[in-house]
Ligand binder design. Structure first.
Ligand SMILES: Cc1cc2nc3c(=O)[nH]c(=O)nc-3n(C[C@H](O)[C@H](O)[C@H](O)COP(=O)(O)OP(=O)(O)OC[C@H]3O[C@@H](n4cnc5c(N)ncnc54)[C@H](O)[C@@H]3O)c2cc1C
Length: 1059
C-alpha cells in the first residue's frame, strides 16, 4: 500500500527526474455505451449544426463579405429582412430549390446593399469541405457524452444541395437522432420541430439540453422546458455543458488536465507564435491542456485549428545550469529522427523567453498506445512477447546510432560512464545519508571493485522503460520513444539493466510497476535473462555475462536517489509516516541491488580458473575402532600439512582437511555430534522402528534434532549457488557439503537429525528455486524449521515410471482450481503424520509435446481425496514413520496458485530437483560404504576361523583392498561432480551426475555385500546396520531412476560429445 503511495508522491518523481510525459493519445473509445450518467439527470444533448458543430453561416458570411468587398452584414440583414417567408427560411423548410434560393436571395441582398452580391460564391464557401468541418472540441464532447450513456441529437435548420441531398457534413454515426428542417418541412424556432426531436429521442423536454447560437431558437426550446446553452464560442459552450452534465467532456487526451494555476502560459503570444510558425490564419481558439506528469519540464497539449502539438518547456524560476535542458532534448530527438529511431517529430525550438517566459520546444502530438502496466493485461501471450521484442529492438536501434553521422559526438563524455555514475551516486548518497544501511555500505565497497572491464559508448536514453514508449494501436511497433530528459552518451548496458528493473519489483509499485509476482511464462513475457540475451542477439554482440553487475548498479542508483528523497522528506513537509516508509523503500532497493552483487560475485567465483595444481596427495589409515563406535574414519595426510585457508574455493578439495577453516570446523563439529549422539542412539532408534509405535515420530529423534539445531548443524544441504545470502541454510558449496553429507551417510538416521534427508531436501530446494513468496512462506518455512515433512509423488504402478513422460495422473483445470486424479506408489515419506506437503507430478496437457505435458503442483496432505492404500516394504523394511506409500488421488482439488512455475514446466522442475538430490544420495552411499568397510575390518581382525584371524585370508584381504579402491574411485567421481556443479552449474555437470548415479549405488551394494559376507550370518541380521545399508543401497539403484537410465544418459553423452 505504502510503496504505491510513496512511488506516486510528487517529491519522488521530482527527485528522480522521471519526467513522465504521458502526452500521448492512448485512449481508444470503444463502441460500448456505459450506462451511468455522471450524476446528472439529463439523458440527451441536442446540438444545432451551423454555429455549434460547424462554423456559423453568420461568421462565414462576415469573412466572405470582407474578402469580396461586400458591405458588412449584408447576408445577415437579408436573412432577418426576409423573415418567416423569406427565401432563407423557405429554403430551410425545403420549399424551394437551390437555384430559386440563390436567385431570390441574391436579389434581396443586392437590393439591400445596392451592389451586386454573388450569393452563389458565398453558398459554395459555406458548403465547402474546408469550412463545413466539425469543431474537434465538439467531436470530443459528443464522444464523451455517448461514452457516459447519454443520447445525442442534431436539430438543424439545413437545406438541400444541388445534388438533391441535404446539407449534412457530419458523421451521422455520432448521433442517435438527426432532425433536418429541409426534410421535415418545419424549421426552428417552430416548437413542432423540437417536439419531433424529443419524440424521436423518447424523452421529456427537461431531460435534454439544447445548444444553439441563435437566441430565438434557444428561447423556443426553453419555453418547452428544455435546458439551453447559448453558443458563442464552442470551447466555452463545452465548459458550460460540462458543468451541467457533471463530467468532463475533453478528456480524450489521456493524462491531461486543465493547466495548473501556477503553470499557466500566455495564450495570446503563444497563439501568435504558432500561427506564424505553422502559417495559419484560421479562427478557432487555441486549446491548451497540461499533462499530469512532466513536473520536471512542464508539458502541454496544444490544439490550434487542425494542428495538435506538444509543448515542453523549462520550469519557471532559478534553475541549476545543467538541469531541465530542453535544448538537449530537442537536439537528441531531431538527431535520432534522422537516424531512423522512432521519436515524435520535433518542429521547433524557441529559446526566446519572451514568448511564454522560458525556452520551449514543440513536437507533433502523436496518437498511439502507451502500456503502463508491464504485465500487459488483456493481451495474448504472443502479443506480449512481440511488444517486448519490439521494445528490445528499438533499444538496439538507439544504441546503434552512429554518433559521428548523427553529429552527437559531443552529446556526453566518452568512456568510464559507469565509474562516473557510481562515483556520482556514492557522493549523492553520502550527502543525504541519515543512518547506516548495511547493503548500501557493501555496495559502495563492491561496485567500484567490479566495474565492467569493457564499456561501449553510445546514446543512452537514461529512463528507458515500457511506459516511455508509444506503440502502434494495432501492431507491436514502437511509434515513438519519449522522455529524453536523462539522455546522454554512456554505457548502453545500463539502459538494458534499467529496462529490466520492473522484472524484480512488485506489481504494487506504481512508479515503476513491477513483474516479480507474475508468471512470465504464462504471460509470454521474456525473463530478464532472456531479455538480455535477446538484446545481445539483436545487437550481434556476445552474451553479457556480468549483467548482474548492471542490475546491481541500477538498483543502487535508485536506492541512492530514494535516500535523497528521504532526506528531503525529513526536512520538508512530508508526513512522518511518509518519511519513515521512504527509508524502508531505500533499504528495499539497496537490498535488491546487493542480491545482484552477490549473484555476480558468485558467477565470478564459478568462473575462477583452477589456478593451483591439485597438489594434495593422501593415503588412508584407520585407527583401531571399537565396534560400538564403528565410525569408518577417514583421514588424510596432506602435503602441505596445513592447507591454505582459501583452498576450498575454486579447487577440488578431496579431503575434509582441505576445506576452508570454517567448513572444516563444521565438519569436525558434525563428526563429534555423530560420535557423541548419533551412533549411540542407533539401537533405540532402530527398536522404535520395529515397535508398534513406529508410525509415530520417535521422541529420541526429535530430541536429537533439537540438539543438532542448537549446534547449528541444520539445513546444511542447500547449495550456496541458490542461497548465496545463506538465508535458508549453511551456505556450503556442493563440494563442501559432499564431505559433510558422506559423514551423515554413516548412519541411516543422521540425515533426518540434521534436517538433511530426502525427500524434504529436494522439495525444499524446489521451493527455494521455483516457489513464489507465498509458497515459500507456507511450505518452505515449516520444512526448514523441521516442523513439517513432505513427499514427492511421481511414480505410478501402471506405467514404467523410469520414463517420466509416461506419467498418467491428470491435473485438470476447473473453475479456479486444479483437480487431480491418479494412482501413485513408492511415495517416500507420505505415511509420516508430519507430512504436510505432497509435491505432485501429473499431466496438465496430454496433447502438448512430451516434455511439456507434466506440471508440478503443491498439494496439502489434508486435502480431501488423498487415500493412502498401504505402506510398501524394501526387503521387508518399512522405513517408518515416513515409509513408502501407495496412494490414490481422487478428485483432489487444489487452488491454482499451488502450481509451481506454471503448467507444462514439471519436467524441467523435476530435473532441477533430482540433480542435487541424486548427488546427495551418492554422497551418503559413500558414507554407508565407508562404515561397512570399517565394520568389516574390525570384524575380520577379531574373528578367527581355521586357526587364524579372517584378516589373514587372502580372499578377505582382496575384498578389503577391492572395497577401498572402489570407495575411493566413487568418492573422487562424486566430489568431481559436486565441484563441477559449483563451478559450472548443474547442467554442465549432468554427465558427471549421471556417472555417479550409475557408479555409487552398485559400488555400495558390492562393498556392503562383502562386509556382510565377512560377518557371516550376523551380517544379515539387524544387529548391525549392514543389512539395512544393503537394502537402501539396492533400492537406490531404482530410486531417482534405475541404473540403466543413467547408463543410457552417459552413453548418449559420450557418443555425442566425445567422438
Ligand atoms: C525405496 C524407494 C523409494 C522411492 N521413492 C520414491 C518417491 O518418493 N517418489 C516417487 O515418485 N518414486 C519413488 N520411487 C520409485 C522410483 O523412482 C521408481 O521405482 C523408478 O523411477 C523406476 O520406475 P519403475 O519402478 O516404474 O520401473 P520401470 O520404469 O518399470 O523400469 C523397470 C526396469 O526396466 C529397466 N529399464 C528402464 N529403462 C531402461 C532403459 N532406458 N534401458 C534399459 N533398461 C531400462 C530397468 O532395469 C528398470 O529397473 C522409490 C523407489 C524405491 C525403491
Amino acid at each position: 500500500m505504502y510503496i504505491q503511495r510513496f512511488f506516486q508522491s510528487s517529491s519522488l518523481r521530482w527527485a528522480w527526474r522521471f519526467a513522465f510525459l504521458k502526452h500521448i493519445q492512448s485512449g481508444y473509445q470503444g463502441t460500448c455505451r456505459w450506462t451511468h450518467f455522471g450524476g446528472s439527470t439529463y439523458k440527451a444533448v441536442i446540438f444545432d449544426m451551423g454555429g455549434v458543430l460547424i462554423p456559423s453561416p453568420g461568421k462565414v458570411a462576415a469573412e466572405w463579405e470582407v474578402q469580396n468587398h461586400i458591405p458588412s452584414g449584408t447576408i445577415l440583414k437579408a436573412f432577418i429582412e426576409g423573415g418567416e417567408n423569406g427565401p432563407w427560411m423557405r429554403f430551410m423548410r425545403g420549399e424551394i430549390t437551390v437555384q430559386n434560393f440563390l436567385q431570390e436571395f441574391e436579389g434581396l441582398c443586392s437590393q439591400m446593399s445596392k451592389t451586386s452580391v454573388p450569393v452563389d460564391s458565398f453558398f459554395s464557401l459555406l458548403t465547402s469541405e474546408r469550412v463545413a468541418k466539425q469543431f474537434p472540441v465538439m467531436t470530443e464532447a459528443i464522444a464523451q457524452i455517448r461514452a457516459k450513456g447519454l443520447q445525442t441529437a442534431v436539430l438543424s435548420n439545413n437545406f438541400y444541395l444541388p445534388n438533391g441531398r441535404s446539407f449534412f457534413p457530419l458523421d451521422r454515426k455520432q448521433f442517435d437522432v438527426v432532425v433536418e428542417s429541409c426534410l421535415e418541412g418545419i424549421c426552428k424556432p417552430d416548437p413542432g420541430i423540437y417536439k419531433l426531436c424529443l419524440e424521436r429521442l423518447g424523452l421529456q423536454p427537461s431531460e435534454s439540453i439544447f445548444l444553439d447560437d441563435l437566441g430565438a431558437n434557444l428561447k423556443a426550446a426553453a419555453s418547452l422546458g428544455i435546458h439551453t446553452i447559448k453558443v458563442d464560442d464552442p470551447e466555452t459552450a463545452v465548459q458550460e455543458l460540462e458543468t451541467l452534465l457533471g463530467f468532463t467532456l475533453r478528456v480524450n487526451i489521456p493524462n491531461t488536465r486543465p493547466v495548473r494555476k501556477t503553470m499557466e502560459i500566455p495564450k495570446d503570444s503563444l497563439e501568435k507564435y504558432l500561427k506564424d510558425l505553422l502559417g495559419i490564419q484560421t479562427t478557432g481558439p487555441l486549446q491548451v491542456l497540461q499533462f499530469d506528469h512532466g513536473q520536471s519540464n512542464p508539458t502541454y497539449y496544444l490544439r490550434l485549428a487542425d494542428h495538435q502539438l506538444v509543448l515542453r518547456k523549462k520550469p519557471p524560476g532559478a534553475l541549476l545550469p545543467s538541469a531541465h535542458a530542453v535544448e538537449r532534448e530537442f537536439r537528441i530527438m531531431k538527431a535520432l529522427a534522422n537516424a531512423d529511431v522512432p521519436v515524435p517529430n520535433v518542429l521547433d525550438l524557441c529559446e526566446d523567453s519572451s514568448v511564454i517566459g522560458t525556452p520551449f520546444y514543440l513536437m507533433e502530438y502523436c496518437p498511439g498506445v502507451i502500456y503502463k502496466d508491464p504485465s500487459l493485461p488483456g493481451l495474448e501471450p504472443s502479443r506480449r512477447r512481440a511488444i517486448y521484442t519490439a521494445m528490445n529492438r528499438v533499444l538496439c536501434k538507439i544504441h546503434s546510432v552512429d554518433l559521428q553521422a548523427a553529429d552527437l559526438e559531443d552529446y556526453g563524455k566518452h568512456g568510464d560512464y559507469i565509474l562516473r555514475q557510481v562515483q556520482t551516486w556514492i557522493k549523492q548518497y553520502r550527502a543525504s545519508e541519515t543512518s547506516t544501511i548495511p547493503a548500501m555500505e557493501k555496495l559502495i565497497e563492491w561496485l567500484p571493485l567490479h566495474l565492467p572491464s569493457q564499456q561501449r559508448t553510445t546514446v543512452v536514453h537514461g529512463d528507458f522503460r515500457l511506459d516511455n514508449l508509444l506503440f502502434h494501436p494495432e501492431k507491436p511497433e514502437v511509434l515513438g520513444v519519449l522522455d529524453w530528459e536523462l539522455s546522454t552518451l554512456g554505457d548502453p548496458l545500463a539502459d538494458v539493466a534499467y529496462n529490466c528493473m520492473a522484472h524484480y519489483l512488485p506489481s504494487s509499485c506504481s512508479l515503476l510497476r513491477g513483474l516479480n509476482d507474475c508468471d512470465l511464462t504464462q504471460l509470454g513475457i521474456p525473463t530478464a535473462e532472456e531479455y538480455f540475451r535477446m538484446y545481445c542477439l539483436h545487437m550481434g554482440i556476445p552474451l553479457i555475462e556480468n549483467w548482474n553487475f548492471y542490475m546491481a548498479f541500477s538498483f543502487f542508483r535508485v536506492g541512492a536517489i530514494l535516500q535523497g528523497v528521504y532526506k528531503r522528506s525529513l526536512t520538508g513537509q512530508a508526513s512522518s509516516a511518509t518519511a519513515e516508509q521512504s527509508e524502508k523503500l531505500t533499504e528495499f532497493m539497496s537490498n535488491l541491488a546487493w542480491d545482484f552483487a552477490v549473484k555476480e560475485g558468485f558467477r565470478v567465483f564459478k568462473e575462477m580458473p583452477v589456478t593451483k595444481p591439485l597438489m594434495r596427495s593422501y593415503h588412508t589409515w584407520v585407527p583401531a575402532q571399537s565396534l560400538l563406535t564403528p565410525m569408518g574414519t577417514r583421514s588424510y595426510c596432506s602435503i602441505p600439512e596445513t592447507p591454505p585457508a582459501h583452498v576450498s574455493k575454486g579447487v577440488l578439495v578431496i579431503s575434509p582437511e582441505g576445506l576452508s577453516p570454517p567448513v572444516r570446523e563444521l565438519y569436525h563439529q558434525l563428526k563429534c555430534f555423530m560420535e557423541q549422539h548419533v551412533y549411540p542412539a542407533e539401537p533405540e532408534l532402530q527398536s522404535h522402528q520395529a515397535s508398534v509405535d513406529r508410525w509415530r515420530p520417535c521422541l529420541l529423534m526429535e530430541d536429537l534434532k533439537e540438539k543438532a539445531k542448537a549446534e547449528g548443524l541444520w539445513n546444511l544441504f542447500l547449495p550456496l549457488e541458490i542461497d548465496p545470502e545463506k538465508k535458508y541454510g549453511a551456505g556450503l558449496t556442493n563440494m563442501e557439503y559432499a564431505h559433510l553429507c558422506e559423514l551423515m551417510g554413516m548412519s541411516l538416521y543422521a540425515p533426518e537429525i540434521f534436517n538433511c534427508s530426502a525427500p524434504d531436501t529436494g522439495n525444499m530446494e524446489l521451493l527455494v528455486r521455483y516457489g513464489t513468496e507465498e509458497q515459500k512462506a507456507r511450505w518452505l518455512v515449516p520444512l526448514l524449521e523441521g516442523k513439517a515433512r513432505s513427499c514427492f509423488a511421481m511414480t505410478e504402478p501402471q506405467v514404467a515410471s523410469s520414463d517420466a513422460t509416461n506419467i498418467e495422473a491428470s491435473i485438470r483445470e476447473e473453475d479456479c482450481s486444479y483437480v487431480i486424479n491418479g494412482h501413485k506408489w513408492w511415495i517416500t515419506g507420505v505415511l509420516d503424520p508430519r507430512c504436510q506437503l505432497c509435491v505432485f507430478m501429473g499431466k496438465t496437457d496430454p496433447l502438448a509435446p512430451s516434455h511439456q505435458q507434466q506440471s508440478i503442483l503443491l498439494v496439502p496432505m489434508d486435502t480431501p481425496g488423498i487415500k493412502i492404500i498401504r505402506p510398501l516394504t524394501v526387503y521387508g523394511l518399512e522405513d517408518a514413520p515416513g515409509g513408502h506409500g501407495e496412494v490414490r488421488f481422487e478428485n483432489v482439488r487444489v487452488p491454482k496458485e499451488n502450481m509451481v512455475l506454471g503448467p507444462g514446466r514439471g519436467f524441467e522442475i523435476a530435473q532441477g530437483r533430482l540433480g542435487p538430490g541424486r548427488i546427495h544420495h551418492c554422497m551418503r552411499l559413500i558414507g554407508f560404504s565407508e562404515r561397512a568397510l570399517a565394520f568389516m575390518k574390525a570384524r575380520v581382525k577379531s574373528r578367527v576361523a581355521f586357526r587364524k584371524p579372517l584378516v589373514e585370508q587372502g580372499t578377505v584381504l582382496a575384498d578389503i583392498a577391492q572395497s577401498r579402491v572402489e570407495i575411493e574411485q566413487a568418492r573422487l567421481l562424486v566430489l568431481k561432480a559436486a565441484h563441477l556443479m559449483d563451478v559450472a552449474g548443474n547442467k554442465a555437470a549432468a554427465l558427471d551426475i549421471a556417472m555417479i548415479k550409475m557408479v555409487a549405488p552398485s559400488m555400495a551394494c558390492r562393498v556392503i555385500d562383502r562386509s556382510i559376507q565377512a560377518f557371516g550370518a550376523a551380517g544379515l541380521s539387524s544387529d548391525y546396520p549392514l543389512s539395512h545399508f544393503f537394502a537402501w543401497a539396492r533400492a537406490l539403484r531404482f530410486a531417482d531412476g534405475p541404473d540403466e537410465v543413467h547408463q543410457a544418459t552417459v552413453a548418449k553423452m559420450e557418443l555425442k560429445h566425445r567422438t
